[in-house]
Design a protein around this ligand. Sequence first.
Ligand SMILES: [Zn+2]
Length: 189
Amino acid sequence: MNEAKIESLVRELLLEIGEDPEREGLVRTPQRVAAAWRFLTQGYRVDPVKLINNAIFTQPTKSMVIVKNIELYSLCEHHLLPFYGRCHIGYIPDGRVFGVSKLARLVDMYARRLQLQERLTEQISQEVMGSIGAVGVGVMIEARHLCMMMRGVEKQNSVMVTSSVLGTFRESVATREEFLALIGTRHVE
Ligand SMILES: [Zn+2]
């Protein structure tokens, strides 16, 4: 990522919207924005294999594991505006489980890119499924989108809910219902 180039693009953006990039409050804005974008898009520069490898543990259990209420902040690829909410992950292991904090890191890795909520949900479920060879995975994301809240339809109270189920979570209604029951209802206010 070339931060100097991003700084000059931000300066141009400020000019185009009718601002004065030289006024006191804006002088250092291009640098701040470039640094913010480096952080907000760092998911492109993370190697998932490295991220996950040292956090998988052998555990002979076939019971459902649930990690809920993982905070999530991402950017919608249509407007470059934030969407934020909670991610809930459930899986049935087949001999290997995740360290809890790694699931949160995994969510961050995919969230810190330009995203669609639907795709983000699927990427997380596929990564969990593939990296530990789970029997089944369910991921649900509840999020508010600033592109809906601040502009256009201005639906300030809508929460978008997406889910992705794989393996036994897809095949078995009972497993899916257990997952949904353990997550509970509505975590994003
Ligand atoms: Zn959007």
